[in-house]
Design a protein around this ligand. Structure first.
Ligand code: TYC
Length: 102
């Protein structure tokens, strides 16, 4: 057993005292109906990407079926998903956005 308050923190495998918060991937899913320009606009508006980055990522989703569009803490990821789903619904597009733990 370690002497009180001394060598516990010096053990090679001791855990750091502050744990990093878990991160969540935000995923955008392809569909056959949402216009490409709308997806590009979503990526620019909610994920802070420039037009070229947004276009490239939209094409990745279009070709592969889905892509990670950002990695965030739980609350931020949840907010992004809600913003995208609300925006798509308001424009009557079936675009789907979800999150999963990294
Ligand atoms: N597949 C759509 C089309 O051809 C474009 C699209 C891209 C839709 C990405 C959704 O997440 C998406 N109009």
């Amino acid at each position: 057993p370690a002497a009180p308050g001394v060598d516990v923190a010096l053990r090679p495998k001791a855990k750091p005292k502050t744990q990093k918060p878990p991160l969540y991937k935000v995923l955008l899913l392809n569909d056959d109906y949402t216009p490409m320009e709308f997806v590009v606009a979503v990526l620019e508006r909610f994920f802070g990407l420039n037009h070229a980055q947004s276009f490239e990522l939209m094409l990745t989703v279009h070709k592969k079926g889905l892509a990670v569009v950002g990695v965030f803490s739980y609350e931020i990821a949840e907010t992004k998903v809600t913003q995208v789903m609300d925006f798509a619904q308001r424009h009557q597009h079936p675009l789907q956005c979800t999150m999963e733990k990294e």
